[in-house]
Structure formats: structure tokens, C-alpha cells
Design a protein around this ligand. Structure first.
Ligand SMILES: C[S@@+](CC[C@H](N)C(=O)[O-])C[C@H]1O[C@@H](n2cnc3c(N)ncnc32)[C@H](O)[C@@H]1O
Length: 269
């Protein structure tokens, strides 16, 4: 399994228990919706909506919302969350960030919290975000920064994987958290590009609690960890790296991310 096909991507994201992780990322979802000032009359798309955090936050502000994800089980869970939240008007659609099942100019706000970053290749994702958003509309998304904890743990894991077992992304997803890279990617078709570097505090009683939780709940992490022969040998370097970002006063691990927002301009499509 190296994420070469959409079926493999779906399988990885259906494994583990993302619904347990998602509540910890809620502040990021709320911030994204607030930053784009979503409100009544807006047509909003949430790309890689997962269990619905961004879509539901936007619908609560009376926007018309579509949540899209490549993984059907995420959409089922998102619909359950929407029912619980009382935001039942959201449309849930299956699809890929690189090939969005919507016409040109369908939305005036296109958002993604840690979702679009997994679309590969990134140029296709960028093209689709631009295509489905009306000129003058806003596109905004978050991504882990390349120097933050998850990419670092992925880097340690990668040292133990054979070349054939590495995830087959043409570029690492978290390059969407690198300001220079994003500036270059949005160079054409976007203006007023703004960046905020932020930190999310992920509650954890200790680095070991964070590590065990990650292995148990993250399908992505567990999938690649399974391919490592000496899993026990990974524990110490992983805990050391987690400890570097662990705040014992807050009882939390600090996860750095980049929030990008930009206005769509007319360009050749
Ligand atoms: C880290 S989760 C983020 C979910 C949600 N946005 C949140 O804030 O909790 C990543 C989501 O992206 C979805 N995803 C992964 N690759 C995708 C792709 N190529 N196109 C659309 N969705 C994708 C996964 O199924 C998963 O639901």
C-alpha cells in the first residue's frame, strides 16, 4: 500500500479512528471559517471535509455548504455529526481534490483544513480550487508546516521504510505549509495571499500518551508503521522528538500549521 490509487487512499483514511482525532483539530476549523468571514449567502466548499468540522462550522453561519471527501466512511460520519449539530442542509459529496465534481465558479468560498494537502499532484489540486471558485471569491486552507511534529515523525518513520513502501506523493503534502512553496503555487490566478503561522495544542498527558494515541487512531501512521520490522526500535526516537514539542504545563503537544488565504482572480482556465 503506497497510496498510488484512490482505492488505497480511501483504505488508509478509513482505517484507524479519525473521528477520535478530529475534535482536537476543531479550533483550526473554526479559525478557517472565521478568517474567511463566511456568512449568509455564501456558497462554501469544504475539500477533504473528513468528519465535517469545517462544513458544519460554516453551515452554522447560514452559508450554503458542500462537504467533499474521497473517503465514504468519513462522509457518513460527517452526516451524523451534522444531524447532531442540527445543520442538516449540508450536501455531502464523494470526490478527489484533484478532480472536483463541480462546475467552474460554483463557490465563492473554498476551504480545506488539512484535506486538500493530500491531493496529488499539488498543481492539479491548486487548479481545481481555482476553477471551482468564482473570481473575487476566497480560497483558504491549513497545512502542517514542514518543520512541525507530524512531518518530523513521518521523516523518522521513512528512515525505516524500503523505497517501495514509501507513500507515493509526488511532493510531500506538508509543503502546503511552506510559505515560499505556497507563494509559488498561488503565483498565477490568486492575489492578496495572506499567511498565518499558528500552533495547535493537542492534549496529551505525556509524549508516550501522544505516541500510543497516534498509533491507535491514525490510519495513515499505522499503515506505514506496520511495514517496519523493528517497530520497538522506533519508540525511543519518536518519544524524543515528541518530547521536544511537549508542553508539560499545558499537558499538550504543540503542532505548528500554516493558514493561507487568497482571493481568486480571472485567469486562463
Ligand atoms: C486530516 S483529515 C482532515 C479532515 C477535516 N478537514 C478536519 O479538519 O478534521 C484529511 C481528510 O482528507 C481526505 N482526503 C485525503 N486525500 C484526499 C483527496 N485526494 N481528495 C479529497 N479528500 C482527500 C481524507 O479522507 C480525510 O478525510
Amino acid at each position: 500500500m503506497s497510496l498510488e490509487t484512490e482505492a488505497e487512499v480511501r483504505e488508509v483514511w478509513s482505517s484507524g479512528s479519525y473521528a477520535q482525532i478530529a475534535p482536537n483539530y476543531l479550533p483550526m476549523a473554526g479559525q478557517l471559517v472565521d478568517r474567511t468571514d463566511v456568512g449568509s449567502g455564501d456558497d462554501v466548499l469544504d475539500v477533504g471535509c473528513g468528519t465535517g468540522s469545517v462544513a458544519i462550522s460554516a453551515a452554522r453561519r447560514d452559508a450554503d455548504v458542500v462537504g467533499l471527501d474521497i473517503t465514504p466512511s468519513m462522509l457518513d460520519r460527517a452526516a451524523e455529526n451534522a444531524a447532531l449539530a442540527g445543520t442538516t442542509d449540508i450536501e455531502w459529496r464523494e470526490g478527489a481534490a484533484t478532480n472536483l465534481p463541480f462546475g467552474d465558479d460554483s463557490f465563492n468560498v473554498t476551504l480545506s483544513s488539512l484535506g486538500h494537502m493530500y491531493g496529488d499532484p499539488p498543481d492539479a489540486t491548486k487548479r481545481e480550487l481555482h476553477r471551482v471558485t468564482r473570481p473575487g471569491g476566497r480560497v483558504a486552507f491549513t497545512s502542517w508546516t514542514p518543520t512541525s511534529l507530524y512531518p518530523a515523525l513521518g521523516g523518522i518513520l521513512a528512515t525505516r521504510l524500503s523505497a517501495g513502501d514509501m507513500p507515493a506523493f509526488s511532493e510531500p503534502p506538508f509543503m502546503w505549509g511552506d510559505r515560499d512553496t505556497v507563494e509559488r503555487r498561488l503565483d498565477d490566478g490568486f492575489e492578496d495571499v495572506q499567511f498565518d503561522r499558528e500552533c495547535l495544542s493537542y492534549p496529551a498527558l505525556s509524549p508516550a500518551h501522544f505516541w500510543e494515541g497516534l498509533v491507535e487512531t491514525s490510519g495513515m501512521f499505522a499503515t506505514f508503521l506496520e511495514k517496519v520490522d523493528d517497530r520497538g526500535g522506533l519508540r525511543e526516537p519518536m518519544l524524543d522528538r515528541i518530547d521536544a514539542d511537549f508542553d508539560p504545563v499545558e499537558n499538550a503537544v504543540e503542532l505548528e500549521y500554516l493558514l493561507t488565504s487568497a482571493t481568486v482572480t480571472e485567469s486562463d482556465r
